[in-house]
Design a protein around this ligand. Structure first.
Ligand SMILES: [Zn+2]
Ligand SMILES: [Zn+2]
Length: 189
């Protein structure tokens, strides 16, 4: 193991168990570090500084989160700020999603996950429920959320209901034709 760079030491609160990142955090509640002028997830940055490179395309799974059955996850999950390298394990995205308690539970349970949902989860490296919760928590209206995700208002509304999120509709969509088109595509999928 290598020593932590001073930049990281100054931004970590080392507890007995988790090491809490005190620097900036992103939309999804993960710490953000600056490395050579670029932002990077803090837990990935610390892991790579101390342990070594993360294999290409691999996620870092937070083992402390997995072990805490009471944690509901999402942007307020305290484990997302943990950068303790011994709590992090490089896993494939698929494995990371498999381990996640929230990964479209309702959606997975009943039927195969739609490629649209799988695409969103891959894009945000997070479960759909987490993505929706984070966006909602940041004050986005349903209209903003369906625009950001590129899905119909009905799909976004259904997902949010399943994820237990109550949300205002927001303004009317600017491109109803595009959304209707997406909706019909979705029905066909
Ligand atoms: Zn931890
Ligand atoms: Zn957690």
């Amino acid at each position: 193991m290598n020593d932590l760079p001073a930049y990281a030491v100054a931004r970590i609160e080392r507890g007995a168990d988790c090491w809490r990142w005190t620097g900036p955090r992103n939309h999804f509640g993960y710490g953000q570090a600056m490395k050579s002028g670029k932002t990077q997830m803090a837990h990935r940055y610390v892991f790579e500084s101390v342990v070594g490179p993360i294999p290409d395309g691999m996620d870092l799974d937070h083992l402390c989160h997995n072990a805490d059955a009471a944690c509901i996850g999402g942007a307020t999950c305290p484990h997302r700020l943990c950068v303790n390298p011994s709590h992090l394990e490089p896993v494939t995205h698929r494995e990371n999603m498999r381990r996640s308690r929230n990964v479209g539970k309702a959606w997975l349970g009943k039927r195969r996950k739609s490629p649209i949902v799988a695409g969103i989860e891959a894009r945000y490296r997070s479960s759909l429920a987490d993505v929706l919760r984070s966006m909602h928590a940041s004050g986005m209206k349903q209209t903003d959320i369906c625009a950001a995700l590129g899905v119909s208002r009905r799909a976004a509304g259904n997902w949010m209901r399943e994820a237990g999120i109550t949300c205002h509709y927001g303004r009317k969509p600017r491109h109803p034709r595009t959304l209707t088109h997406l909706m019909s595509q979705e029905k066909a999928a």
